[in-house]
Design a protein around this ligand. Structure first.
Ligand code: ADP
Ligand code: MG
Length: 695
């Protein structure tokens, strides 16, 4: 099909124009395109082939190789057409063959010349093309389009074929793209690396001449994506750092309370904890704001590093804040910290969305006067009504739960505090670089001494009695505690999944002499806090809960976790849940109770859990199963998956893009010399990078 002109020739063609302006795209096809996520011409241009078929070689009928995909040009010498069958004898200068289609091709005639591409079978010593793709060749000068080149294969669906997509994209590139595609990369970069222009790259990624031009096209587009993002992030940084481009944070030095706290620890620091704390203190002692991520597997003792930093801020006469993703976790941190604070003459405050109005007012007041030194809470710490007296440090626990971009909120909260993010979800280096730009990282890569590896057991309902006996032994004989995690709160008719209350009742019946309680997110904050406290104080033996306890919760006497309908949970979640146990001296056990109708992917996840307890390995596995957007929480924050770049494979390109972006911004901080580049950054990334459109 051909697109000679778009529907209204007075309308300017833009990348943002809807696909409907193209000839041949009516409501049915635009609906089909919408299903593929294609609404605009730009979407169409970036609908990239899923794979390619190399049909460059055009064979002669004499040399046909049966059993393989073959491409030929031949004339029809005999033709039979029936309702469900079309048979043709075809011939070229070298020989004869047959073509068979299981449909009525009533537009074919004898003597027509066809280009054919398809599989060939040899039966009774006749070579037959079976259902080949065909193109009618009208004149000797006409070059076939379905063979003699590399054919892109697009993600098609029932309403729109790959062939149709190929043809509209090709015409779009040939006829209109010069009007709407402009080069925006700096000429110097293009020259220095011998990169293709963007139009050339798009043409070649859709219809590559050969492998080399495909690779060059792909690399150019991957570079472009990463370079735009890196440059955009540097621009954003500047925006938050004011005109001077120089941020100033408070210089913080450890003093009396830091040393008192460290000297009274009931255990020895691990080497990597010591190094991490040292690195953090180094950052805090500088005027340049800390921007560091502390990675360490579940249970490696990150909280301690956080407390050390909070106390350092207090020792320096400033305020600091620790933010956690759940109320339970924030509350736990608060309670642990106040134990150490009392004797130090410092005051901590707890802040969450569910405080009563009066209590909240009082705390807000104490925060604004500086009476409270350390604020611990949920993300409500950064709601508008909270005014700090002198905030110098912000720590974000379980950072991956918050996503990437809320960091900007923190930075806008007053001056320019030091920021420390902590996470147990290991982030591959490439992702770190691409999403956070200049971020320093510390890693706690060992567990405290004496920890035994957690045993992971996969059970199904047939092992239920064995499980109950294990529980009896742990609870009644050894006075250890147990988490039992269920996917639902209440029973639900539409779901086979097990609920907290169902399990609670069942366990209470089976184990009448055991103290069991239930916990879930619909309870009032007070009730949650009370139950967590009872569990911490060993007044509850088995805590039946939703995933509300997933992150951070730390009760060292809990030695076993049972995860019901385990195949339902994601890998990161399972790993986090498992990390709730094995924090004390007792052997930790994680029982993955698989559901009867577990999916193959679910089963694979459980096997992965059993194979390794290394968070890094699991995260890489997860990255392969789900893609990077899910893992870093970027998808819901508007940074789409990259269209071309692949953060695992394109590390080199990423580093190149980063260096080039830095060099450029250093030289020309506002991009005055590159208006097209600047425009492109805003056009593509304004939303996700929260860049206001200013000149
Ligand atoms: P995470 O890194 O998952 O946040 P936590 O900070 O909650 O881990 O620490 C897990 C448990 O290990 C806590 O009970 C903590 O008191 C304990 N812990 C931390 N550091 C050490 C250490 N060096 N030796 C022994 N136990 C430690
Ligand atoms: Mg933690």
């Amino acid at each position: 099909m051909r697109l000679r002109s778009h529907k209204n020739k007075y309308e300017a063609i833009r990348l943002s124009s809807p696909v409907e302006i193209l000839r041949g795209i009516g409501s049915r096809r635009s609906a089909a395109l919408a299903k593929l996520g294609v609404f605009t011409l730009e979407d169409l241009l970036f609908l990239l082939p899923r794979r390619y078929e190399d049909r460059r070689f055009i064979n002669t009928l004499r040399n046909i190789e049966p059993g393989k995909l073959q491409n030929v040009i031949a004339r029809i010498t005999q033709l039979t057409i029936k309702p469900n069958l079309t048979q043709a004898v075809i011939q070229d200068d070298t020989g004869k063959a047959q073509a068979v289609w299981f449909s009525e091709k009533n537009y074919l005639h004898e003597e027509m010349t066809l280009a054919l591409s398809g599989n060939v079978e040899n039966k009774y010593s006749v070579n037959s093309f079976i259902n080949p793709e065909l193109e009618i060749i009208k004149s000797p000068e006409q070059r076939p389009s379905i063979i003699g080149r590399i054919i892109p294969v697009y993600p098609a669906n029932a309403d729109i074929s790959s062939k149709f997509l190929g043809s509209i994209i090709k015409s779009l590139l040939e006829y209109y793209s010069r009007q709407c595609i402009q080069e925006f990369l700096p000429e110097k970069i293009l020259k220095r690396f011998g990169m293709m222009s963007n139009l050339e790259a798009l043409i070649n990624i859709h219809n590559p001449k050969d492998r080399t031009s495909f690779i060059r096209a792909r690399n150019r587009l991957a570079f472009e994506e990463l370079f735009l993002l890196q440059t955009g992030m540097l621009l954003r940084r500047q925006k938050f750092s004011g005109d001077s481009g120089n941020l100033h944070a408070k210089i913080l030095k450890p003093g009396k309370s830091f040393h008192a706290f460290m000297n009274h620890l009931p255990f020895r620091l691990t080497d990597s904890q010591r190094i991490a704390i040292y690195e953090i203190l180094e950052d805090l002692s500088r005027e340049k704001p800390m921007n560091r991520i502390l990675q360490g597997d579940v249970g490696s003792g990150k909280t301690l590093a956080a407390f050390a930093a909070l106390l350092t801020a207090a020792d320096s006469g400033t305020q600091s804040a620790l933010m956690a993703p759940t109320e339970i976790l924030a509350w736990q941190h608060y309670n642990k910290l106040i134990k150490s604070l009392d004797s130090l003459g410092l005051k901590a405050g707890f802040l969450s969305g569910s405080l009563g109005a009066k209590e909240r007012r009082e705390i807000l007041n104490q925060i604004s006067t500086g009476e409270i030194n350390i604020v611990i809470g949920t993300h409500s710490i950064f709601s508008e009504s909270v005014n700090f007296h002198d905030l110098s440090l912000v720590i974000i626990d379980e950072q991956h739960r918050f996503g990437v971009l809320q960091r900007s909120e923190l930075i806008s909260k007053g001056s320019s505090p030091h920021v420390l993010a902590m996470t147990a979800t290991p982030i591959p280096r490439t992702l770190l670089l691409s999403l956070y730009g200049d971020l320093d990282s510390s890693r706690i890569n060992e567990l405290p001494a004496g920890r035994k590896a957690i045993q992971t057991i996969i059970f199904n309902h047939e092992n239920f009695n064995v499980l109950i006996n294990m529980i009896r032994e742990r609870v009644l004989a050894r006075h250890e505690q147990i988490y039992w995690v269920c996917p639902l709160i209440d029973e639900n008719e539409d779901s086979d999944l097990t609920s907290v209350y169902q399990t609670y009742e069942r366990l209470t019946q089976i184990l009448p002499d055991v103290k069991i309680d239930a916990l879930h997110g619909r309870m009032t904050p007070d009730m949650k806090a009370r139950i967590m406290q009872d569990f911490t104080d060993n007044k509850i033996n088995i805590l039946v809960s939703t995933v509300i306890i997933e992150v951070g919760v730390d009760v060292s006497n809990a030695s076993m976790i049972v995860i019901q309908d385990a195949g339902n949970f994601g890998l990161a979640q399972l790993h986090q849940l498992r990390g709730r146990v094995g924090r004390g001296k007792a052997q930790g056990v994680c029982v993955l109770l698989e559901e009867a109708n577990i999916t193959p992917e679910g089963k694979e996840r459980l096997n992965a859990m059993q194979k390794t307890s290394d968070g890094f390995e699991l995260s890489e596995y997860d990255l392969r199963q789900r893609g990077s957007g899910e893992i870093c929480g970027t998808r819901q924050h508007g940074i789409n998956e990259f269209r071309v770049a692949d953060l695992i494979r394109d590390e080199k390109i990423l580093l190149l893009a980063r260096n080039e972006a830095r060099a450029l911004i250093n030289q020309d901080p506002k991009l005055d010399s590159e208006p097209l580049l600047k425009h492109e950054i805003f056009r593509r990334l304004a939303g996700s990078l929260e860049l206001a459109i200013t000149s």
